[in-house]
Design a protein around this ligand. Structure first.
Ligand code: HEM
Ligand SMILES: [Cu+2]
Length: 527
């Protein structure tokens, strides 16, 4: 072997050089380690929740313990895994490289965002040792503000801080995309992943402050007795729902848009074709981001809002289907007559399209005001949002992991292990969540500790499926260690990608490019 390549991994040595690094690539890896640990914890809670639901009545835990596990599962998965996941890990790693930059615009702010996530997670995590955080991840008032214990305060304080991490990352990505593109890299030449991250960043910056203020108001009411949401103090609990969903609906697009960006890259690379409808895919991200601010009321059809509001929210919600369908049709058109390679990342991309479509279509049921009266707060909703969030975001995350692994580490992730993980996750996923559509339609309410004996079989199927998913992710994790220890050397461009990251060595040098690239064409020039 020749002399060791100089790259960002061996540029400096020691744990301290990592904890103080300003290199976006190293920060991406630090996010990976942190977020995967949260994911593991959230996953354990999920398995415990499903285990408790294996039989009606008490299976393993008391109702109190169940409520807490459900709360931590939801809060960890949403605020610490699926929201930051793809942007913080892969966005950090690839965004600057994809636009031909040396780093993000504000490297120190980038490092600070990571620390804010860690501090927020520690404060939220510390409540694990308090006995009373049992509100569910939505922290609905008046239960959270007057009925349950004080552990809610540190819980939401942690989420508040995590929110700032998200805002700062978004800000950083917006400025980076505008200011640091290489010469010739016009906005209409940036890769679709960058468009997706950019649209996401707008949502992060505009929507997250609303959550932050809402959580501060909740703390103010709980700690100081200021009447905001509590009717006894002159407040309005429905106001909390308006605030909460004004953030949390856009947040579902913070979760899914980066995933869609990943899918665009995978579809282009593994179909070896110019992406069909670049402009349409790019601008549909912006359209989705825009419309997502106008639909929050579909979470409140049964909250007593006016009928007119209901009709309006229902209509606007359905509109989101248009830009989403545009993306889907363009991906399929790209694959049409392409030389498709069904490597593991492409399997995850196809899994994404399949599961996300089911999730999206069932969203249309929920968005119909009449049907939502039937489905609201049942397992149908649980199935719907897991199909979109897990089926969408986590499938894309796995695809992204295997696709960019060689670039990040210099080693190739075993395609076989990737496929095995895919089979377990994809099958397990459907076994877990499909029965929940039926359960919801039969009337099983969500969040409950107990259920009618008639629901037993479907619940057992669902619990069994959760073990398959768990196994799939363990295989996925094993694949990481396997690749690090035994993976083949990657070379610059093992999959024939066309975007800029594939033009530099794997792992990349400290400052990405020896000399700034000059761009003269679009990002996917296959023919
Ligand atoms: C982009 C991906 C999407 C994600 C990540 C997502 C996520 C979610 C989540 C987390 C919930 C449950 C909220 C809760 O805890 O109460 C939910 C509910 C809902 N979603 Fe989606 N969703 C997505 C797409 C859609 C689409 C495309 C539609 C409609 C066309 C839709 C319509 C609804 C409706 C109406 C509800 C409320 C149901 C109820 O509570 O009765 N969603 N979604
Ligand atoms: Cu929504």
């Amino acid at each position: 072997m020749a002399h060791e390549q100089h790259n960002y991994l061996n540029h400096q040595k020691g744990i301290w050089s990592w904890l103080t690094t300003l290199d976006h690539k190293r920060i991406g890896i630090m996010y990976f380690v942190a977020i995967m640990s949260f994911f593991f914890l959230g996953g354990v809670f999920a398995l415990l929740v499903r285990a408790e639901l294996f039989t009606p009545g008490k299976t393993l835990f008391s109702a109190d313990v169940y409520n807490r596990m459900m709360t931590y599962h939801g809060a960890i998965m949403v605020f610490m895994v699926i929201v930051p996941g793809i942007p913080a890990i892969f966005g950090n790693f690839v965004l600057p490289i994809m636009i031909g930059a040396k780093d993000v615009a504000f490297p120190r702010l980038n490092l600070m965002s990571w620390y804010m996530l860690m501090i927020g997670a520690m404060i939220t995590g510390s409540t694990l040792f308090m006995q009373n955080v049992d509100t569910g991840w939505t922290f609905y008032t008046p239960y959270s503000s007057i009925k349950t214990g004080m552990g809610v305060i540190p819980m939401v304080l942690g989420v508040f801080i995590i929110g700032f991490s998200s805002i700062l990352t978004g800000l950083n990505f917006i400025v980076t995309t505008h200011k640091l593109r290489a010469p010739g890299m016009t906005m209409n030449r940036i890769p679709l992943m960058v468009w997706a991250l950019y649209s996401t960043a707008i949502l992060q910056v505009l929507a997250t402050p609303v959550l932050a203020i809402t959580l501060l108001l909740l703390i103010a009411e709980k700690a100081l007795g200021v009447g905001i949401f509590d009717p006894q103090l002159g407040g309005d609990p429905v106001l909390f729902q308006h605030f909460f969903w004004f953030y949390s609906h856009p947040a579902v697009y913070i979760m899914i848009l980066p995933a869609m960006g990943v899918i665009s890259e995978l579809v282009a690379t593994y179909s070896r074709k110019v992406i069909f409808g670049y402009t349409a895919i790019a601008y549909s991200s912006l359209a989705i981001a825009g419309v997502s601010f106008l639909v929050w009321g579909h979470h409140m059809f049964v909250s007593g809002q006016s009928e007119f509001a209901g009709i309006l929210f229902s209509f606007i919600t359905m509109l989101v289907g248009v830009p989403t369908a545009i993306k889907l049709f363009n991906w399929i058109s790209t694959m049409y007559k392409g030389s498709i390679r069904l490597d593991a990342p492409m399997l995850f991309a196809i899994g994404f399209m399949f599961l996300f479509t089911i999730g999206g279509l069932t969203g249309v049921y929920l968005a119909s005001t009449g049907m939502d009266v039937h489905f609201h707060d049942t397992y149908f909703v649980v199935a719907h949002f897991h199909y979109v969030m897990v089926g969408g975001t986590l499938m894309a995350l796995m695809g992204a992991l295997i696709y960019w692994f060689p670039k990040v580490t210099g080693k190739i992730y075993s395609d076989l292990l990737g496929r095995i993980a895919w089979v377990f996750i994809f099958t397990g996923f459907n076994v877990t969540f499909f029965p929940q559509f039926i359960l919801g339609n039969m009337g099983m309410p969500r969040r409950y500790y107990d259920y009618l004996p008639t629901f037993t079989e479907l619940n057992q199927m669902s619990t069994f499926g959760s073990w398959l998913i768990g196994t799939g992710f363990l295989v996925g994790l094993f694949g990481v260690f396997h690749a690090l220890l035994k993976g083949k050397e990657a070379g610059n461009n093992p999959f024939g990608g066309k975007t800029l990251e594939w033009t530099i060595p794997s792992p990349p040098p400290h400052e990405n490019f020896d000399k700034t690239p000059v761009i003269s064409g679009g990002p996917y020039e296959y023919r």
